[in-house]
Design a protein around this ligand. Structure first.
Ligand code: HAM
Length: 424
């Protein structure tokens, strides 16, 4: 018996086409436009990497590595992983492609990422990210400019409210002192922690702060804050970033518990969240990483970056009723005799940036049905009479079947007529 379930997309993954695909492309184009202004160039790395690339950089105790990676042994016996994020692959590429000669680099990428997470609205097993990495420059102005660019990208794609949350994870000295403080704190609450957090207390205590367990979350809300353990240098660095963000006029909040779910961050970490519908998941996030390049055998230089989840941006825009279907026209020859004239009209409309489809299969009745299916707002019909008179018969597709509205329009006036009557 055929198992038809096997012919659906895998759980948490979806086919993309039509208007949905257009939304992706729209967002990507906007992001390319803004990031190009800031000097970013595109990079495209493979969707699979050796497992070690992610394990070492993201950290084996993180949720992403310990629970969510699609890892398998290939036919050559190598352990490979579908990328759960883009930063590790980009940094690996900078080293293996010898791009370190060209530092500082500003690179942007977009594409599919894979995490074996519990699928729900805004959380998928295959999703798309738009990512940005600025490598080889360190200074508060670089961090602040990166956050400013993230904010500018959101403003460029549509009009919706979002908030910027920032924190610092300080330098190594900061994290050592802070780790000691939270180990002391969580040890006092060890019996109340989830089994997973108990294990993390021994292996990577900072990751307890990412726990999704409600009991853990309650304990975490009472934990010491990293901002109280900042080394002098880290404190100064963070203050300067905040001063610059103020100078840029950016509205941000300091969230002292923001530690991000990946191990590679130091100093500034940030997330952008949509306030529409109290949407709880992040639209994007990132921060500075000091050790990544070195970890892959590159020089000891620092980077800063962030990534947006494209599906989450789309959901936010949809919540704000941003996307309307693009309005279009159908160009319909009554018979094959009028095909050439109809094609000329199509060309004229396209040259004037009007969306128009040429419909030429079947009789007139069938053509009108197709125009309806394609959601065309106007049908421009050319028959023998129209050819003789130099006119076009315009049908308003939204008028009811009992009351079809149509108008004969002079060919010379058709472009203006369509522009006036096609609602954008
Ligand atoms: P991340 O916070 O793990 O950071 O992911 C960035 C964004 O990807 C999230 O804010 C969210 O919008 C989206 N995302 C993550 N998981 C899912 C999912 N399961 N379904 C849908 N969207 C999701 C990173 O990945 C870092 N590489 C960002 C970065 C770049 N840091 C420095 N440079």
């Amino acid at each position: 018996m055929l198992n038809l379930d096997m012919f659906r997309p895998v759980r948490g993954m979806k086919d993309l086409y039509g208007a949905d695909l257009a939304k992706y492309n729209y967002i990507i184009q906007k992001a390319i436009k803004v990031s190009t202004k800031y000097g970013y160039k595109q990079i495209n790395t493979p969707v699979v990497e050796y497992t070690e690339v992610f394990q070492r950089s993201i950290g084996s105790e993180t949720d992403v590595v310990s629970k969510e990676m699609y890892t398998f042994i290939d036919k050559g016996g190598e352990s490979i992983t579908l990328r759960p994020e883009g930063t590790a692959g980009v940094i690996r590429a900078i080293v293996s492609e010898n791009l370190t000669q060209k530092l500082p680099l500003k690179l942007m990428y977009y594409g599919e990422m894979f995490r074996y997470d519990r699928p729900q609205k805004g959380r998928y097993r295959q999703f798309r990210q738009l990512g940005f990495e600025h490598i080889g420059d360190k200074g508060p102005y670089v961090d602040a400019l990166t956050i400013a660019m993230a904010s500018e990208i959101l403003n460029s794609i549509g009009s919706f409210d979002f908030k910027i949350l920032v924190n610092t994870l300080g330098d190594e000295e900061t994290r050592e002192n802070y780790t000691k403080a939270i180990v002391k704190f969580f040890s006092r609450h060890e019996n109340e922690l989830s089994e997973e957090s108990k294990a993390r207390l021994k292996k990577n205590p900072l990751r307890i702060l990412d726990s999704k367990d409600s009991g853990d979350k309650e304990i975490c809300s009472m934990a010491p804050m990293i901002t109280d353990y900042l080394s002098k240098e880290s404190g100064k660095y963070f203050e300067e970033v905040c001063r610059l963000l103020n100078n840029f006029g950016l509205n941000y909040e300091i969230d002292s518990f923001l530690v991000r779910g990946l191990d590679y961050y130091s100093h500034v970490a940030f997330e952008l969240k949509s306030t529409a519908n109290n949407y709880k998941d992040s639209l994007g996030g990132g921060g500075r990483y000091d050790k990544l390049l070195n970890m892959f055998g590159g020089p000891d230089v620092s980077g800063v970056g962030f990534a947006f989840g494209i599906e989450r941006l789309i959901l936010t825009l949809e919540n704000a009723n941003f996307f309307g279907e693009p309005k279009k026209t159908a160009v319909i020859p009554v018979s094959d005799e009028e095909n050439d004239d109809a094609l000329n009209l199509l060309k004229l409309l396209h040259n004037c940036d009007i969306n128009a489809e040429f419909i030429c299969s079947g009789n007139l009745n069938k053509k009108m049905k197709i125009a309806n299916k394609l959601d065309c707002e106007l049908a421009l019909i050319i028959g023998e009479n129209e050819r003789k008179d130099g006119t076009i018969m315009v049908k308003f597709m939204n008028s009811s079947a009992d009351n079809p509205k149509s108008k004969s329009v002079n060919y010379n006036q058709i472009v203006q007529f369509v522009k006036n009557n096609l609602h954008s």
